[in-house]
Design a protein around this ligand. Structure first.
Ligand SMILES: Cc1cc2nc3c(=O)[nH]c(=O)nc-3n(C[C@H](O)[C@H](O)[C@H](O)COP(=O)(O)OP(=O)(O)OC[C@H]3O[C@@H](n4cnc5c(N)ncnc54)[C@H](O)[C@@H]3O)c2cc1C
Length: 444
């Protein structure tokens, strides 16, 4: 409990907003979450696909995601975790390969033995780096070529980088690949014998429902359908406009991405404005397909062939028990693209035709008659590109405006975007606002 109880308004009911509300309410503050959508959860939210309610974007929880596991335990769902060992596929030169263990890696035909040794060494080297800051000045392709060699760079790394970053891979520094590998190795670092992938029975839909009711029990007000239009502040507090009505708070924390934040704060000084808009974001078009039958055995299938219109195949039902999907299979076909990519303007029908045609080519047994339902999600700004000196360029939690604080995904400077990092970000922001705050240590 801090000395003075304040009324906080939080813009955004995604995982960062919910994480902030949970901590601030425990410190004795009054909290109101303002969420523009019909439900909370943001990128981690759920939707209805045929007769199934599941995550709008594929979400897995790692055994090493200790903050997520603590949260799930706190809201009473720990017994509903399911942990699974998954398989990984690789689609390259028109062939599907299993890449789920060292033997399969050694047999992987597209690379020679020396290439494989160097590739394995690259991953080991990255996993041992602790001081990541110098990597912010080394372009990712330069760093990968140094360790893996030119052939593996062209054959494997560039297609994988392009799959996630598009052409912006040229601007991305080696911190991107370092953070990706660090997440793969988080289990070993934290003393777990091996990493396992998991989910909670009912998916994020269930986590979010339990979290909402736990927050409400601790006095947090959650208002959905509340699209904040503009925010002004002075030393006495903050005024925020929603549908023509003014709401007042002692302080506000914005969890919206930097470009939206910039639009919501008309009084922001030029330097803050520049910091927010100078960051380049990557978006996604993510197709969910409910199928009568599985496609394959793999949770993730990485794709290096450029003719395939999506970045990877994520077969959720290779991880999640198919009973959760009423016996069906759930597959995600993500395509990561720049916010101004023409794909955002392509119709659902056209995306459906192109994506399903590619699935037929990749999986000869797949038939369009297997498709029960298909839906397309479009998000123009998902994560920031780790460009040169990134950590020096992002906004701090405290803005230059009185009583306005920011906590958004761009402030994850040495990690990938995932819910564990989002909760860690919320904790760091609360510590910056209330340095006296302490959080219970992880029980794991
Ligand atoms: C395709 C995909 C796959 C992913 N896979 C995983 C995974 O496997 N594992 C994992 O841990 N994480 C995964 N993540 C990442 C995870 O979803 C994010 O870490 C997390 O959801 C980010 O939360 P956030 O609060 O920062 O942002 P958001 O979820 O974007 O929340 C911001 C909220 O602000 C609201 N908002 C915007 N403008 C306004 C306004 N004007 N007024 C009021 N509200 C507003 C939005 O509606 C939104 O709800 C994935 C994400 C994507 C997109």
């Amino acid at each position: 409990m801090t000395n003075q109880s304040l009324h906080y308004g939080i813009v955004g009911g995604g995982m960062v907003g919910l994480g902030l509300a949970r901590r601030l309410a425990k410190l004795g503050h009054q909290v109101t979450i303002l969420e523009a959508g019909d439900s909370i959860g943001g990128l981690a939210g759920a939707w209805q696909l045929g007769d199934v309610t599941w995550d709008k974007h594929y979400h897995v929880i790692l055994m090493s995601d200790f903050l997520v596991r603590d949260l799930v335990a706190e809201i009473g769902l720990e017994q509903d975790f399911r942990w699974v060992e998954t398989k990984t596929g690789f689609y390259t030169d028109g062939q599907m390969y299993s890449m789920s263990n060292s033997m399969e890696f050694l047999k992987f035909p597209p690379l020679g033995l020396l290439d494989k040794i160097r590739l394995a060494m690259t991953i080991t080297v990255a996993s041992k780096i602790r001081d990541w800051r110098y990597l912010e000045r080394v372009p990712v392709a330069t760093w990968l070529k140094r360790w893996s060699g030119g052939r593996t760079l062209e054959k494997i790394w560039i297609p994988l980088l392009k799959a996630k970053l598009g052409d912006a891979y040229r601007e991305s520094m080696a911190t991107f690949i370092w953070a990706t590998i660090a997440r793969m190795y988080a289990a070993r670092r934290s003393g777990l014998k091996k990493e396992m992938f998991g989910y909670v029975h009912g998916g994020y839909h269930r986590i979010l429902a339990a979290l909402k009711s736990s927050l409400e029990k601790s006095g947090v007000r959650v208002i959905t359908g509340a699209k904040v239009a503009g925010i002004r502040s002075d030393a006495t507090g903050v005024r925020c406009e929603i549908s023509g009505t003014e709401h007042r708070f002692d302080r506000m924390i914005l969890t919206t991405n930097p470009h939206v934040t910039n639009r919501l704060l008309p009084e922001l000084p030029a330097e803050d404005r520049h910091r927010l808009t100078d960051l380049r974001y990557q978006g996604i078009v993510c197709v969910s397909v409910l199928l009568r039958k599985p496609l394959d055995r793999f949770y993730v299938t990485n794709i290096t062939d450029s003719w395939v219109p999506f970045t990877a195949v994520i077969e959720m039902s290779a991880l999640v028990n198919r009973e959760e999907f009423n016996g069906h299979s759930l597959v995600y076909l993500p395509k990561y693209v720049a916010p101004d990519d023409p794909l955002f303007d392509e119709s659902d029908a056209s995306i459906r035709n192109r994506f399903l045609a590619a699935l037929s080519r990749m999986y000869p047994h797949f038939s369009e008659a297997d498709v029960i339902e298909l839906q397309v999600s479009r998000v123009r700004e998902v994560f920031a590109i780790s460009s040169r000196d990134y950590s020096k360029r992002v906004m701090p939690f405290k803005s230059s405006l009185p009583n306005i604080w920011l906590a958004n995904s761009s402030q994850i400077v040495n990690g990938t975007l995932n819910v564990n990092e989002s909760l860690a970000l919320a904790d760091r922001a609360v510590k910056a606002i209330h340095p006296e705050a302490t959080f219970p240590p992880s029980k794991r």
